[in-house]
Design a protein around this ligand. Structure first.
Ligand code: IDP
Ligand code: MG
Length: 165
């Protein structure tokens, strides 16, 4: 089944110069990258991305983590696309808890738990198709993705935009 999945290289991954390593590991999947960008994560985007976890005790620290308060204020966002994309990417990521993750997985190899209890696990990947759709639509606009993943509509935008001078 052809699927798409959202991948984020989190601020700890960028701070530790792990981008190349992570992308190399993900290339084992032979999936296509169909979108990518560097994002400065706002509080609003962080809250929307982790809305399902808002009742967890680690929620505030998680927001700070993904916004880059502890590392660099940026994440790399990508969409991977192809056969069984969701499972293939999750497999290489490893378990959520980096101490329990397979040592050769990305999280097992590069993740850590901070003394504050935050799981700094380097990478985010969608867990199912519903989550992938919600997350891809949150992080990317249709024109930023080079294939048609979901139905679109034409809207007239009137707000002023910044352009190269
Ligand atoms: P996932 O990233 O493997 O899908 P989720 O349960 O969706 O795991 O949690 C999102 C993120 O929240 C994790 O990647 C991790 O950074 C953080 N997190 C999850 N559970 C815990 C926890 O028990 N303690 C601290 N941080 C956690
Ligand atoms: Mg999750």
């Amino acid at each position: 089944m052809t699927q798409q999945t959202l991948v984020l290289i989190k601020p700890d991954g960028l701070k530790k110069s792990l981008t190349g390593n992570v992308l190399t590991r993900l290339s084992e999947t032979k999936l296509d990258i169909v979108a990518s960008k560097i994002v400065k994560v706002s509080r609003q985007l962080a809250e929307q991305h982790y809305s399902m976890l808002k009742d967890k005790p680690f929620y505030e620290d998680l927001l700070k983590y993904i916004m880059g308060d502890y590392h660099k204020r940026k994440v790399m966002a990508l969409v991977y696309w192809g056969e069984d994309a969701i499972g293939k990417v999750r497999q290489i990521c490893g378990s959520t808890n980096p101490e329990e993750a397979d040592p050769v997985s990305i999280r097992g190899a590069y993740g850590r738990i901070t003394t504050k209890g935050v799981y700094e696990n380097v990478i985010h990947a969608s867990t199912n198709e519903q989550e992938a759709e919600r997350e891809i639509k949150l992080w990317f606009q249709p024109e930023e993705v080079i294939v048609d993943l979901y139905p679109t509509k034409t809207v007239k935008k009137t707000r002023e935009e910044r352009a190269w001078a």
